[in-house]
Design a protein around this ligand. Structure first.
Ligand SMILES: NC(=O)C1=CN([C@@H]2O[C@H](COP(=O)(O)OP(=O)(O)OC[C@H]3O[C@@H](n4cnc5c(N)ncnc54)[C@H](OP(=O)(O)O)[C@@H]3O)[C@@H](O)[C@H]2O)C=CC1
Ligand SMILES: O=C1O[C@H](COP(=O)(O)O)[C@@H](O)[C@H](O)[C@H]1O
Length: 511
């Protein structure tokens, strides 16, 4: 990988601590960063280089995959890190940063390449990019890339404004919009499992697939992010980005080549095929929203959303939503995609379930035993793996059919060797591979879809359903499926509620 200076704007924040510094460390440990790099931490708080390196060390000890830090290696790694106190709104600070950069370019032979990572509130993105230009940080012959965090705007008009600001300084090809779900191994794997298996690809259409279910459930509430979340809600926080990205990965056509633009073109076609909701009534018939009230989990009382810090006590922000989504193209016509996500649900899990249609009524179906449909399950998070539910004869029986599981548990086999999403994405951005970043047209189309739902919700909040914290969300989300003759499949084929992860890890692993 070519050398570079990496600028972490927001270096004293939560994202830098929990994800970015650990990602740098793993890449370094694996030899992917080399030695020709410098990392400059930037934020307003004063810090010496030593204090900053200590912060980085603690974050690695707390959050990195590799926790054991060898002293000599640590010294080498830490020597690449420097800190500078800077207020984004003060252009003089950027001139100073340019001077610091010249020294680092020289010391680490970075080739004049720069990666600017904005781990900041989105309101600051526009100013940073203008000041980078003003401060002379883009006046080198190397490459200049801007990596920005979500949320990318609040709706389509605000996203357009933000994009125009960024485009005054950076070309689209140099803007890397992060959706960390695209950095997850199993989300990337969807593409490979689909297109590399003769027994899936021919069946991947409305002739054989009955429905697709995507669950992204969290046990946490809004923690210390109440201020942000109350303004955002589940639809914008998870729906506009992670959930739609997973639909795209499931529904896209095979790209003609494995180039970033060919893959992203195919994903965009899926968004263009989404059936847009016509009006409020259409939204209410297909989308369920909920907010958690007081509940309990494992004997612990959990507070209501409206009692969380920095949340309006009368808030009507949704902490849960479920939707029936249609992709109106030749492959997917008539196949519902059901999606659901929420805070304070019983499990932390992300799963994508493909439910296949039942085989035609035949001698087997006519037997007294009810056959269950075949399921293919991508376990994305926190356990990674693929699970296939099939039907087979119960050994020793007179033709009794039972469901059996083939379970590839990637986490059990690979363990800590699976790269974290941020690690993967940082590496890709540094190599100039934009495949798993969101292109502007994706962002715009995703907002267009989501904005119609948000508009309907602004008309009335009568449809906001309450659910107890620790439960699986509003009953109405089950009705979305039962009206179509389906049900949500229990997570990992187990009963809703507790999943015994130890037991899951012991399931059969196919080499
Ligand atoms: N935390 C997470 O897990 C995730 C975060 N994100 C996104 O990442 C971004 C950062 O989030 P997070 O780290 O949680 O936020 P934090 O509030 O923890 O950190 C914000 C950072 O911005 C710095 N900052 C604020 N104002 C200025 C300024 N005027 N000049 C210079 N620095 C400033 C703060 O430092 P100081 O006060 O010292 O100036 C701090 O380092 C947000 O866009 C968020 O939505 C996305 C997904 C997950
Ligand atoms: O982007 C976000 O994602 C996290 C969930 O990510 P995961 O990798 O832990 O599944 C979510 O908690 C947060 O609200 C949201 O902003």
């Amino acid at each position: 990988m070519s050398g570079a200076v990496y600028y972490i704007f927001g270096a004293t924040g939560d994202l830098a601590k929990r994800k970015l510094f650990p990602a740098f460390y793993s890449l370094y440990r694996e030899g992917k960063l080399g030695e020709n790099f410098a990392v400059v931490g930037l934020a307003r708080r004063p810090r010496t280089n030593e204090q900053f390196r200590d912060d980085v060390k603690h974050s690695i000890q707390d959050f990195a995959r590799y926790k054991k830090v060898d002293d000599a290696e640590w010294e080498r790694f830490a020597s690449h890190f420097e800190y500078m106190s800077l207020d984004i709104n003060n252009v003089a600070g950027f001139h100073e940063l340019n001077v610091l950069t010249a020294r680092l370019d020289d010391k680490f032979q970075t080739g004049g390449n720069r990666l600017f990572y904005l781990a900041l509130a989105p309101e600051l993105f526009g100013n940073v990019s203008l000041n980078l230009k003003e401060g002379g940080l883009l006046n080198t012959t190397g490459w200049h890339r801007l990596v920005i965090e979500k949320p990318f705007g609040y709706d389509l008009p605000s996203a357009q404004r933000l994009n125009e600001q960024l485009r005054q300084v950076f070309e689209e090809k140099d803007i890397y919009r992060i959706d960390h779900y695209l950095g997850k191994e199993m989300v990337q794997n969807i593409e490979f499992v689909r297109f590399a298996n003769a027994f899936f690809e021919p069946l991947w259409n409305n002739k054989y697939i009955a429905n697709i279910q995507i669950t992204l459930s969290e046990t946490v509430g809004v923690e210390e992010r109440g201020g942000y979340y109350d303004h955002s809600g589940a639809l914008r926080d998870m729906g506009q980005n992670h959930m739609l990205q997973m639909i795209m990965m499931m529904a896209m056509e095979p790209p003609s080549r494995l180039n970033p633009e060919d893959i992203r073109d195919e994903k965009v076609k899926v968004l263009r095929s989404l059936r847009l909701f016509e009006d409020g009534e259409d939204v209410r018939a297909n989308v369920v929203r909920g907010q958690y009230i007081e509940g309990s989990s494992k004997g612990k009382v959990l507070p209501a959303y409206r009692e969380e810090d920095n949340v309006n006590p009368q808030s009507t922000t949704e902490t849960y939503f479920a939707a029936r989504v249609h992709v109106d193209n030749f492959r997917w016509a008539g196949v519902p995609f059901y999606i659901r996500t929420g805070k304070r649900l019983p499990l932390k899990t992300t799963e994508v379930v493909v439910e296949f249609k039942n085989i035609p009524n035949n001698v087997y179906l006519a037997s007294k035993h009810q056959m269950e449909p075949n399921l293919l399950v991508f376990r994305v998070n926190p356990m990674e793996g693929i699970y296939l539910k099939m039907n087979a004869k119960q050994p020793g029986s007179e033709g009794v059919i039972v469901p059996i599981a083939m379970d590839f548990c990637q986490s059990c086999q690979i363990g800590i060797n699976t790269p974290e999403a941020y690690e993967r994405l940082l590496y890709d951005a540094a190599r100039g591979d934009s495949t798993y970043f969101t292109r502007w047209d994706e962002v715009a189309l995703a907002w267009e879809y989501v904005d119609r739902i948000a508009a309907a919700w602004r008309e009335t909040s009568q449809d906001l359903k309450q659910y107890p914290a620790g439960s699986w969300g509003p009953e109405a989300a089950s009705k979305l499926l039962s009206d179509d003759g389906f049900k949500w499949w229990p997570i990992n084929g187990q009963n809703e509620g507790e999943v015994d992860w130890d037991a899951v890890q012991k399931t059969t692993v196919l080499a």
